[in-house]
Write a protein that binds this ligand. Structure first.
Ligand SMILES: NC(=O)c1ccc[n+]([C@@H]2O[C@H](COP(=O)([O-])OP(=O)(O)OC[C@H]3O[C@@H](n4cnc5c(N)ncnc54)[C@H](OP(=O)(O)O)[C@@H]3O)[C@@H](O)[C@H]2O)c1
Length: 252
C-alpha cells in the first residue's frame, strides 16, 4: 500500500518536525496546563482534549500495524503491546485521574497533537510490522534487552511522577503545590524524563530510524517545557528546593 521511498520521506519529515518543534517551543510555551492562556482560539474541556489528542495514537497504530506482512510475528507483537500499553495509560487512565474539572485547553493544541500522533503511529507501526524485520533471536540482542528495560523504567517513572502530581491537589483544579518524593527529589519534571527514557528505549529496542525520530521529537517537545515549568516553580514558590534541576538529575 505504501511504497518505501514515501515512507522514508515521512521518517525524514519527523526529524525535521523535531527540529522545528524545538525551535518553536524555545520561543513560545505550549498553551495548556499551567501555561494555558487566551488567544489560541476555541477551547475544549481538558480531559476531552487529552482523549482527542492521544486516541489517534492507539487507533492509527492498530490500523497500520495490522496491514503489515509481519504483524503476527512474536517480536513485532511485543512492540505492539508496549506501544498500546503506553497510549492506553495516556488516553484512558491519565486524563481521568487528573484533577482538572472545569479546566480547558485550546482545540488547536489537541488537533495538532492528534495529527502528530497519527503521523508518528504510521511511521512506527509500518516499520515494526512491515518494513522492519525482527526474528525471534532479536529478543536475545543487547539493543532489545536495554531498550525494553529502558522503556519499562521510563514508563514507571512517568506514571509514578504523574501520580505524585495528581495527589497534590486537595482543594480543586486551580491548586498548585511543590511536589516532593520519588524523582522530584532531583528534578522538577520527572514525568517528562520518564517519557524521554521510554521513547529512547523504544528507539533502541526497535533499532529503527522512525523510533529515533520520535525519541528526538519527544526530547524536542519536553525539554523546553521542562525548562519553562522549572522557571515557573521557582517564580511561584520562594521556598522551592534550590538544588533541584529541571529535567536531568545533577546536570540541568
Ligand atoms: N511525548 C510527548 O511529546 C509529550 C508531550 C506532552 C506531554 N506528554 C506527557 O503527558 C503527561 C502530562 O503532560 P503535562 O505537560 O500536562 O504535565 P504536567 O504539567 O506535569 O501536569 C500533569 C498533571 O498534574 C497537574 N499538575 C502539574 N503540576 C502540578 C503541581 N505542582 N501541583 C498540582 N498539580 C499539578 C496538572 O494540572 P494542570 O493541567 O491543571 O496544570 C496535570 O493535571 C506527562 O506525563 C508528559 O510526559 C508527552
Amino acid at each position: 500500500m505504501f511504497e518505501l521511498p514515501i515512507y522514508n520521506i515521512c521518517v525524514f519529515s519527523m526529524f525535521i518536525l523535531a527540529a522545528v518543534t524545538f525551535l518553536a517551543l524555545t520561543k513560545v510555551t505550549a498553551p495548556y496546563g499551567r501555561h494555558e492562556r487566551s488567544g489560541w482560539g476555541p477551547r475544549i474541556p481538558n480531559k476531552f482534549g487529552w482523549v482527542l489528542m492521544e486516541l489517534p495514537a492507539i487507533l492509527a497504530f492498530f490500523i497500520f500495524y495490522f496491514q503489515g506482512k509481519n504483524s503476527f510475528e512474536a517480536v513485532p507483537l511485543i512492540f505492539f503491546f508496549l506501544w498500546q500499553l503506553h497510549y492506553f495509560y495516556r488516553t484512558f487512565v491519565f486524563p481521568f485521574l487528573t484533577r482538572t474539572e472545569g479546566k480547558k485547553m485550546p482545540l488547536l493544541i489537541a488537533l495538532i497533537g492528534a495529527l502528530i500522533n497519527t503521523f508518528n503511529a504510521f511511521i512506527n507501526a509500518r516499520w515494526i510490522s512491515h518494513y522492519g524485520s525482527y526474528s525471534i533471536e532479536w529478543v536475545h540482542s543487547t539493543p532489545f534487552a536495554w531498550g525494553v528495560g529502558l522503556f519499562l523504567i521510563g514508563l514507571l517513572i512517568n506514571g509514578h511522577s504523574d501520580s505524585i502530581l495528581i495527589k497534590l491537589r486537595t482543594h480543586g483544579p486551580k491548586e498548585y503545590k511543590i511536589p516532593y518524593g520519588g524523582c522530584y527529589r532531583f528534578i522538577s519534571c520527572p514525568n517528562y524524563l520518564g517519557e524521554i527514557l521510554e521513547w529512547t528505549g523504544w528507539a533502541l529496542a526497535t533499532y529503527s530510524l522512525g523510533g529515533l525520530a520520535f525519541a528526538l521529537y519527544t526530547l524536542a517537545s519536553l525539554l523546553p517545557r521542562a525548562i519553562d515549568n522549572h522557571k515557573w516553580y521557582k517564580a511561584r514558590f520562594p521556598d522551592y528546593p534550590d538544588r533541584r534541576k529541571a529535567i536531568f538529575p545533577f546536570l540541568f
